[in-house]
Design a protein around this ligand. Structure first.
Ligand SMILES: [Zn+2]
Length: 263
């Protein structure tokens, strides 16, 4: 359990794991600022023993392995707003933390045209190993962070950061950014309104995906607790370098710092 002093995580029990922890990382921040950021697809890392899941290296530079730019944006935004964040440290090709355990796409066998040899004949034992070693510790860390925030008297809004590929099956996607939500838009609506103020931006609502994937992280961690939540998808080419991350972090910090949720 996190140790909290002055609304900040000063030491963090299981959170204070060194880089050898293969599942998740934590960014410190102040609970009183009312926001927790999560990043499910932050990294493209697959441990050596998986031999790249039988894929050529180049596949790990693509969106199929991770959300390009999401970790950098998460870090910068968390720092700028002084809010805590939890991010995953393993490739979604190993196991996808933004899926329920029973979801058939939890461990993808084919993704955007690439067959993933290391996942084709996965055994029940190996699936369980990936759940216990990568998937579950990340979710436990998110749970602990949110519970610690609630215990501090600051039930947080939960903001999930993702990025999407500009082209899908050969078709260009028109949006710069999308906000995904289901059931309750008390966080998503002011976020959408804030983004829409920049007339140069093409903003998608529940685009390029619909919100509400069964077992998705924001459901598990936020909706089921009655917390306000929104998931953002930024087009990956807009946050693939430092200037892009600076621009989007600044934009989102401005908008998010103005959002106050009334229960
Ligand atoms: Zn994602």
């Amino acid at each position: 359990m996190a140790i909290i002093k002055n609304n900040e995580i000063v030491t963090s029990g299981n959170h204070s794991v060194p880089d050898s922890n293969p599942s998740y990382g934590v960014i410190k921040g102040c609970f009183a600022n009312g926001l927790v950021i999560i990043s499910d697809h932050a990294r493209n890392t697959v441990p050596d023993e998986y031999h790249h899941l039988g894929l050529p290296d180049g596949e790990f530079e693509r969106h199929i392995a991770y959300d390009i730019g999401a970790e950098a944006l998460t870090r910068q935004l968390a720092q700028q707003l002084n809010v805590p964040a939890v991010y995953s440290k393993f490739s979604r090709l190993l196991i996808d933390p933004n899926r329920g355990i029973d979801d058939p796409t939890l461990i993808m066998k084919i993704s955007d045209g690439a067959l993933i040899p290391g996942n084709i004949d996965i055994t029940a034992h190996e699936k369980q190993h990936r759940i216990e070693t990568y998937y579950q510790p990340y979710h436990n860390a998110v749970d602990q962070m949110i519970e610690a925030a609630i215990a501090s008297g600051n039930p947080p809004m939960v903001f999930s950061i993702h990025s999407f590929t500009p082209f899908w099956k050969g078709v260009a996607r028109p949006w710069h950014v999308g906000v995904l939500w289901v059931e309750n838009d008390r966080f998503a609506r002011p976020l959408l309104n804030g983004l829409a103020r920049d007339k140069a931006l093409v903003v998608g609502e529940n685009e390029p995906y619909s919100g509400g994937v069964k077992g998705e992280s924001v459901d598990k961690h936020a909706r089921q607790r009655g917390l306000a939540t929104a998931l953002i998808e930024v087009r990956q080419d807009l946050i693939c370098d430092k200037s892009g991350v600076d621009e989007w972090s600044e934009r989102l910090a401005q908008i998010l710092s103005q959002i106050k949720i009334q229960d």
